[in-house]
Write a protein that binds this ligand. Structure first.
Ligand code: HEM
Length: 539
C-alpha cells in the first residue's frame, strides 16, 4: 500500500503516491521525513555559520531554484478551463469520430491565449487570441488548436519564425511587450501582403475581445473528414459562442490593461465559479473533396482565405460547456501540450503548407518546454484512451513499464496485439493520391496570390462605426512606428484595400496618401544572397 496521505482536515484520504504536498497536518521533506521546523537553517550556534549538512535547506532552495520552465515561444499568456463536449450526432454523414455521435459526452480542456505577449503581459492588448481545445475522447486525444480569427498571417510555415521575430519585442529594447505597434511588425506585414487579411482582422474590433467567453474560434486550416463508408469531405471548424461575439472599445481595453491586466483571465474564472458556464457550439462548413480542393474559386489550402458563411453555412455538430476552473495553474494551464496532429479516426489533415509545419513545430517545442519526451505522461496531457505504446525511458519517465519486449513484432510479450485496421477502429490516413509528375519546388500556386479581395470585402461589410474603429486602430498603431518608410509602405497596402481607409489613416498620421496606382511593396531578393552569388538548390 502507498504512503499515508492526509486531507487538509487531517483525515486520511486515498493513498495515491502521486498526491503530493499540502495534504496533511505535518510538513515533510520530499522524502517524507517529518519536519519540526522549516523557518530556520541549521547553524553552528545561533549566530554561527549555516551548515552544509542541512538537507532540508538544500532541498527547499534547490527545488525553488528550478520552479520555472520556459514559457511558450508564442501564446505564452493564457487561461484555461475544464468542460464537457456533447455531440449532436449531426456530423455522422461526414465523420465517423465517436465523440461526435449523438449525446456522446467527452471531457475537454480549453486554453485561451494571446499570441505575442510574455507570460506576465496584459490581457486586453490588440492581438490574435488562441483557442485550443483538447478532447479526451475514448478513441484517443483530439486537439483543435485554433484562433479567434479565421485566417492566418502567412501561407507557409517556413515563414513562422519570421513573422514571430517581427512581432515580438524589438531585440534591442525589448519593447513593446505585447502589442503590434512597432516598426518590425509593420515592416513585415507590409513586405508580405499575404498578411494583409489577418492584420486587418487584428485592426478590427475582433482584435480586442470583451471576454474569452465571447469569442468565436476557428480551426483555420481545411481538414478532411471521413465517414463510416470511407467517403471524405473537406471542412472548416468553427466555434460559435452562446454569449455572442463582443469586443471592447479601444479606450476600455487600455484602461483595463492598466487597472486589471488579468481582465480576461479573471472574467473566465469568475464566470465559471459563479456557475455562468461559458458555452460554444461547434460547427463545420463542408466542401466536396474534389482533386482541386477549391470551393467557389477559393483555394481551400490557403490559410489566408475564408469561405464566406453565406456560401457555405456553418452546420452545428456539438456543444461545449466549460464547467470547472483548473485547481493548479502550473500543472494544468502551463503544462498542457496541444498538437494539431493529435487526431482521431474520422479526422485527417490536408496539404495546407502552414499546417504541415505546425505538425513538426509543436512536438518539437514541447520537448524543450516540458523537459524531454515524456510530457504525454503529465496528468493534464494524459489521454483517456488505453495506451500501449512501446515508448520507453527518457527524461522524466514516470511510468513503470512491464514486459520485456518493447518492440514489434515480438514473440515474448504475447506476440503482436496491434495491426488494427480501420474496421477495428485503428487510425488509417486517407490514402490520397499525390499529384503524379509533381516536381520538387520551392514555389506556391497562383491561387495563393490574391492578398486583397477578401480584406476589401471585409472592410465593405463593416458598419460606419466599425470602420471608424479600424481607421483609428491603424492610425494609432502606425503612429507608433519610428520609420516613415514603414508607415508609407503600409499606407500603400491600405490604398489597395480601399481609398477611403487609406486617405483617412494617412490624414491621421499627417502624411500624404500614396498613389494607389503605384507598385505594391514587393519582397526584394535577399541582397546578401545575390551579392554572394548565392541561390537555392534547384532540386
Ligand atoms: C502555440 C494556434 C500556426 C508554432 C499555439 C497555440 C495556439 C496556436 C492556440 C497555443 C496553444 C496552447 O494554448 O498551449 C495556431 C494557429 C496557427 C498557428 C491557429 C495557424 C493557423 C503556427 C505555426 C507554427 C506554430 C505555422 C510553427 C511553424 C507554435 C508553437 C507554439 C504554438 C511553437 C507553442 C506550443 C507549446 O509551447 O506548447 N499556436 N498556431 N503555430 N504555436 Fe501555433
Amino acid at each position: 500500500s502507498g504512503p499515508e496521505v492526509y486531507s487538509p482536515t487531517g483525515d486520511p484520504v486515498d493513498a495515491d503516491p502521486e498526491v503530493r504536498a499540502q495534504t496533511g497536518p505535518r510538513l515533510t521533506t520530499a522524502q517524507g521525513l517529518r519536519l519540526p521546523d522549516t523557518d530556520h537553517s541549521l547553524k553552528a550556534g545561533e549566530r554561527g555559520p549555516v551548515l552544509l549538512q542541512d538537507h532540508h535547506l538544500r532541498e527547499k532552495v534547490m527545488h525553488f531554484d528550478h520552479e520555472r520552465i520556459p514559457e511558450r515561444v508564442v501564446h505564452a499568456r493564457g487561461a484555461a478551463a475544464h468542460g464537457v463536449f456533447r455531440g449532436y450526432g449531426t456530423a455522422a454523414q461526414v465523420c465517423k469520430a465517436g465523440f461526435l455521435a449523438k449525446d456522446a459526452e467527452t471531457p475537454v480542456f480549453v486554453r485561451f491565449s494571446t499570441v505575442l505577449g510574455s507570460r506576465g503581459s496584459a490581457d486586453t492588448v490588440r492581438d490574435t487570441r488562441g483557442f485550443a481545445t483538447k478532447f479526451y475522447t475514448a478513441e484517443g486525444t483530439f486537439d483543435l488548436v485554433g484562433n479567434n480569427i479565421p485566417v492566418f498571417f502567412i501561407q507557409d510555415a517556413i515563414k513562422f519564425p519570421d513573422i514571430i521575430h517581427a512581432g515580438k519585442p524589438h531585440p534591442d529594447r525589448e519593447i513593446p511587450q505585447a502589442q503590434s505597434a512597432h516598426d518590425t511588425f509593420w515592416d513585415f506585414v507590409s513586405l508580405h501582403t499575404e498578411a494583409t487579411h489577418h492584420t486587418f482582422w487584428n485592426m478590427s474590433d475582433r482584435g480586442i475581445p470583451r471576454s474569452f467567453r465571447m469569442m468565436e474560434g476557428f480551426g483555420i486550416h481545411t481538414f478532411r473528414l471521413v465517414n463510416a463508408q470511407g467517403d471524405t469531405t473537406l471542412v472548416k471548424f468553427h466555434w460559435k459562442p452562446k454569449a455572442g461575439v463582443h469586443s471592447l472599445m479601444w479606450e476600455e481595453a487600455q484602461i483595463a490593461n492598466g487597472i486589471d491586466p488579468d481582465f480576461h483571465r479573471r472574467d473566465l474564472a469568475d464566470a465559471i465559479e459563479a456557475g455562468a458556464y461559458p458555452e460554444w457550439e461547434l460547427g463545420i462548413q463542408t466542401f466536396p473533396d474534389t482533386p482541386e480542393q477549391t470551393f467557389e474559386g477559393i483555394d481551400l489550402l490557403d490559410p489566408t482565405k475564408i469561405v464566406p458563411e453565406e456560401w457555405a453555412p456553418v452546420q452545428p455538430i456539438g456543444r461545449m460547456t466549460l464547467t470547472a476552473n483548473p485547481s493548479n495553474f502550473f500543472d494544468e494551464t502551463e503544462q498542457v501540450a496541444f498538437h494539431p496532429g493529435h487526431l482521431v479516426p474520422g479526422i485527417d489533415i490536408t496539404d495546407d503548407p502552414l499546417l504541415a509545419g505546425r505538425l513538426f513545430s509543436y512536438l518539437d517545442t514541447q520537448i524543450s518546454r516540458l523537459g524531454g519526451p515524456n510530457f504525454a505522461q503529465i496528468p493534464i496531457n494524459r489521454t483517456h484512451a488505453p495506451v500501449n505504446d512501446m515508448l520507453r525511458d527518457g527524461m522524466h519517465q514516470t511510468a513503470v513499464h512491464s514486459g520485456v519486449a518493447p518492440y514489434h513484432p515480438n514473440s515474448l510479450d504475447g506476440g503482436c496485439p496491434f495491426q488494427a485496421g480501420a474496421a477495428e477502429g485503428g487510425y488509417v490516413e486517407v490514402p490520397l493520391e499525390i499529384a503524379s509528375g509533381a516536381r520538387k519546388v520551392r514555389e506556391q500556386p497562383a491561387s495563393f496570390d490574391d492578398h486583397t479581395t477578401q480584406t476589401r470585402r471585409f472592410w465593405l461589410s463593416l458598419t460606419p462605426v466599425e470602420r471608424e474603429h479600424v481607421i483609428a486602430a491603424y492610425t494609432f498603431e502606425l503612429s507608433k512606428c519610428y520609420e516613415d518608410t514603414v508607415k508609407e509602405r503600409n499606407l500603400r497596402v491600405l490604398a489597395d484595400i480601399d481609398p477611403v481607409l487609406c486617405t483617412q489613416v494617412a490624414a491621421g498620421l499627417g502624411m500624404p496618401a500614396p498613389d494607389p496606382s503605384g507598385p505594391l511593396p514587393q519582397l526584394d531578393p535577399s541582397p546578401a544572397l545575390s551579392q554572394l552569388g548565392g541561390s537555392w538548390p534547384t532540386d
